[in-house]
Every structure is written in C-alpha cells, then in structure tokens.
Design a protein around this ligand. Structure first.
Ligand SMILES: *[C@@H]1O[C@H](CO)[C@@H](O)[C@H](O)[C@H]1NC(C)=O
Ligand SMILES: *[C@@H]1O[C@H](CO)[C@@H](O)[C@H](O)[C@H]1NC(C)=O
Length: 371
C-alpha cells in the first residue's frame, strides 16, 4: 500500500537529454530577424534585420558572456517608429521538449512590452506559450497559453500561480500570474534579484512552467549544461496546463521560440492599461504627460527612458525525452528547417541510468523509514 502511494506521488520519472544551447557569440546564428515594422501587435516599433541589429549595436555579448538585446536609444521624431529586435529560432521543437531560460534582465519601463514566447509554424494556429511577458511597470510576470477554440485550463491544475481566464481561445489566453513576491519575476525587482530561470516542459501530458529566483536556481541548471535533467525534484510548477482539458495532440504544433521587445501597441499602449503603472509619468521630450503611450515615450530621446529596456540572457537550452524530441518540420512557407537533433542512443541509455538513481534513493529512503 505505502509503496503504491509512493509511486503515485512520485509519478512517472521523466528525464530529459540535452540537445541544444543558445549562448555567447554564437547565440544569434540560429535565429531569424523579423526585419519589418510590428504589424502583429501594432507597436510603434521597427523590428530590424540582422545587419542593422549588429550595426546599430542592438545585439551584443557583454563581459559576463551574456547576450544583450536592447532597443534604439537615439532620438525618434514625430511619426517615426523606434528600432528594436524580434528574433525567432530556426529550430522547431516538438512535444517532448524541455526549455530552460536563464535570464538576468527583462526589458521594462513605460511604453515597453517584452516577451519570450513560442509559436507554431501556422501561428496563430498550433498554440502559443507566453513564458515571459509584461508591460510598462507591471510588477510580476504573466504566463499565458493561447490556442484555438476547445482548449481550457483545468481548474484542478497543481500550480502556485494565480489563474485568470480559463478559455485558452480568449484574447488573454489561459492566464497565470506569478504571485510569489519572494521570487520577483519582472521589472526592476527581477533585475535586482539577479534575474532567474524559467523551465518549460512541453509534453504530451501538458505544459508545465517552473520559475526560480537567482538565489534558488537548482545547481544542475548552471554551466556546463547537464547531459540529462530529472525534473521530478522540481516540485510544484508556477503554471500548469495539463492535457486533461487540452489535448496536446489536437491543439499543439511544434514550436519555435521568439524573443521580442515592442513599444506601446495593442497591450502596453491601451490607455487604461498604460495608466495602471505609468499615469503621470513625464514625457521623454519634457512636455507634460498626455497619457498617450507613443507621444510620452517613443518620440524624443531614448535615454534615460529606455535605459532598462534590454534583455540580458545567459543562455537558452533545449532538452528532449528523445521519444518526441525536436524534429524537422516542413514549414508552410518553405523555410529551410535545420533541426534534426535526435539524441544518440548512448544519450538515451545515460538518461535511463541517471534518472533511476533519484527514484531508487527515494524508495530506499522510504523503506528505511518503515517501522
Ligand atoms: C507582417 O509583415 C511581414 C513582413 O513584411 C509579413 O511577412 C507578414 O505577412 C505581415 N503580417 C501581417 C499580419 O500583416
Ligand atoms: C536591413 O534593413 C535596412 C533598413 O530597412 C535596409 O536598408 C537594408 O537593406 C537591410 N539589409 C538587408 C541585408 O536586408
């Protein structure tokens, strides 16, 4: 009886094998740059191409070896947009993937709308996971998943975050706010805490997201990349979207990762939402505040208003179960797909060996406690 209960509590042992790291000087080589204005969220933003991103120093690697993605700090005239970066992985990841995002700084400030998210090749079909997202001076991160109609958020999901809407086809998506003030997840408090790490399990069982503030990041998530990760020790996720009320095979297609920063647009720039954290902020030009996001923020000098509008990322890593790992998918626009990274059988063997150790330790420990 007790052993059965233990097995149920422990669940399936799922170990993930390392397949890919984006970091350092090579970080940007496997991403596509948008190279056009923000016609998706209607931000006052030109998302530059790779040439301009490098040439205008919007992307770089700092002395710590971390990648920095920033926005144009120059003067922007009336009726012009401000330059920023939106990049998408060339790799596409299938169910059976675990992504790790080690982040030191998220863009924040009035008029700023950053996000790290994933999308299917047929977006907005095929699902979208908003892992890191927020606007203006919002205090905490908002996670969301978006799908076509028919997918909901299980009210019994085991998670620490606070759920919003439960219909994932609504404009807000299935929303989960991070609420643990001891683990800052957005804005200045996130940066002051030294950032943190998000882990996203994208699996046939559902989508599960963990977050650790810098002081609590598990050691196995640091350098060098662990060959295999056993996620059972991670405990309660901050957001859980189990497949119980959202079939992963029906609503989800293989995903690409997107990193972007935009200005204002149809979330950060909505007057009521802008006013929630930026009411009365003086405009960048020194003119009295108008409450209009574009007028008060985007035009005029970039600094100091956008001094904090940068990403600093140590690395992004991808792991796979090896059964449904990252695959080459034929994309509808005939883009070349480069990702065929099925782990070698040696890696799979290593996974089995390493993943059985913690479970064995738990069982032995448990038996020892029996009278
Ligand atoms: C946005 O612009 C890009 C690049 O010009 C284009 O490929 C895409 O179709 C546009 N999307 C929409 C929704 O207009
Ligand atoms: C990059 O964008 C700039 C500005 O729109 C343009 O002048 C340039 O030709 C583009 N370069 C490439 C390689 O597309």
């Amino acid at each position: 009886m007790r052993l059965l209960a233990l097995a149920a509590a422990t669940g399936l042992v799922v170990a993930y094998d390392f397949v890919k790291e984006y970091s350092g000087p090579n970080f940007f080589s496997d991403w596509d740059f948008f190279g056009s204005w923000d016609n998706l969220t209607l931000g006052d933003t030109n998302w530059v191409n790779a040439t301009d991103a490098w040439g205008h120093n919007l992307i770089s690697v700092n002395q710590a070896g971390n990648v920095v993605i920033t926005v144009d700090q120059g003067n922007v005239d009336w009726n012009f947009k401000r330059d920023a970066v939106r990049i998408t992985t060339q790799d596409t990841y299938n169910l059976g993937t675990l992504w790790i995002f080690d982040v030191y700084h998220i863009p924040w400030g009035c008029g700023v709308w950053p996000s790290i998210w994933t999308m299917g090749p047929d977006w907005p079909q095929g699902g979208e996971i908003d892992i890191i997202e927020g606007i203006n001076r919002q205090p905490a991160n908002q996670i969301a998943v978006h799908t076509s109609s028919g997918c909901t958020h299980d009210p019994n999901a085991w998670q620490s975050g606070a759920s919003g809407a439960a219909d994932c086809s609504l404009p807000s998506g299935c929303l989960v706010k991070q609420t643990d003030d001891s683990q800052p997840s957005f804005g200045d408090s996130f940066a002051q805490a030294g950032g943190g790490v998000w882990a996203v399990q994208y699996d046939i069982e559902g989508i599960f997201i963990w977050f650790w503030t810098r002081a609590r990041v598990p050691q196995e998530l640091y350098q060098p990349a662990a060959e295999s990760l056993d996620i059972n020790a991670w405990g309660q996720p901050v957001a859980a979207f189990p497949s119980t009320t959202c079939s992963m095979t029906s609503f989800w297609a293989p995903q690409k990762i997107v990193i972007d920063t935009t200005f204002c647009g149809n979330w950060a720039g909505v007057p009521d939402l802008y006013a929630e954290t930026c009411a009365g902020m003086p405009s960048t030009t020194g003119a009295p505040a108008t409450g209009v996001c574009y007028v008060d923020n985007v035009i005029g000098p970039g600094s100091p208003r956008f001094d904090d509008a940068y990403w600093e990322i140590a690395n992004i890593r991808a792991y796979t179960t090896g059964t449904n790992g990252p695959v080459a998918t034929s994309l509808p626009d005939n883009s070349p797909s480069t990702n065929v990274k099925v782990p070698a059988s040696a890696a799979v063997a290593r996974t089995c060996a390493s993943s059985s150790v913690p479970l064995l330790a738990v069982i032995v420990g448990f038996l020892w406690m029996l009278p």
